[in-house]
Design a binder for this molecule. Sequence first.
Ligand code: TRP
Length: 435
Amino acid sequence: MKESNRGAFASKFGLIMALAGSAIGLGNIWRFPFLAGENGGGAFLIIYLALVALVGLPMVLSEFVIGRSSGLDAVKSFKKLAPKTKWYYTGYLAVIIGFVLLAFYSVVSGWAFRFLWESVATGFVGQSAADIKDSFHSFTASLWGPMLTGLVFVGLCALIIAQGVEKGVEKFNKILIPLLFVMLVALCINSVTLDGWGEGMRFLFLPDWSAVTFQTFLDALGQVFFTLSIGMGVMITYASYDKSKGNMVRSKVTVSILDTTVAIISGIAIFPAVFTFGLTPTEGPELVFVTLPNVFAQMPFGWPLAILFFGVLSIAAITSGISILEMLVSIFIERFDMSRRRATIVTSLMTAVLTVLCALSSDIFNFFDMLSSNLLMPLCGLLVAIFVGWFMDKKLRGSTFTTNGQYATAIYPIFVFLIRYVVPISIAFIIVSLI
Ligand code: TRP
């Protein structure tokens, strides 16, 4: 397939919404609040923000430099930029991570769908805390439920992807992401009216340094990777659809700010409610799926608010899911010379098999999560950083980053320093800490 047939984003707004759609996901609404809850609230937030600037942003920009300068997918980019080397294995690593992460992601997104359904059907009205906990555990442990909802998620992503880059990915993100913002802001406004508002805000913004350990830094860095969709070639793929030649730094800073804002707004929507009803925000992954339904069951207008919240979670999950699937589809189209439709069918069927495995066994589920988020994504990120920092043609790197000297020339040397030293060393810490 020729380069020009690969598809492209039609507008700058579309590009930014697609990037934000990829970044904003379960990571912001499900993962960030529970990690902040476990790691000292505001203290976690400060460490996280510093790592976004020092590691996250340079990583996003690196993937963008690769995708924009090659105009190709995650495998072919390396083949073009470093011919006759083995760097393209980084792209294949991204494919493996993509399948593993998407399977895990589909299962959790399936939970979100199921809770959206439950919210519409009952709004958790009249359920006791024990009922809610039981119903979550019996659902996740059941045979058919998680499998079915996970598969519905994969199917939905496939339907959107099959429409193409502009008519599928871009169009849906342009509608869904602004909608998500409006819905989240509505939830925040409701939060202000609650008795636990002050306590929730103090928890989210006042740092409790006593809860900070070395693990906090690792959790924060892992979260930066996860939430900005780094370390999997997604940004390389989306960058290759960006034909605008605009200011790369500005659009990436915008996306990082949007992403962080959503994480913080989610915290604002969640914590005051949790404190109002005397619950604890340190429940880990169950914060959103057990603690919050309890809140909705007791709150005035809990029913519509529950629909709003799980609607937001489902939308965020879909826009991220399609970015992972798109990365896989783009590689399959090129590698096996397939039509977009066929590549979508093949990749989503493969994902479906892994999703079923993940839904059936919590051991596989945990293993997939650990393997992708903790090990392979940092490894892939490390390879990308070393490639862009040390191996890539310097002139091409500089001209891509600054769009031929038009923008961000003062920032460029800082970027080079971060990507050569700060980023690889930080990532090495994550990997070494696992061994
Ligand atoms: N960023 C998404 C979230 O926060 C998850 C995600 C989408 C992702 N695409 C990715 C993570 C690529 C790593 C790599 O939920």
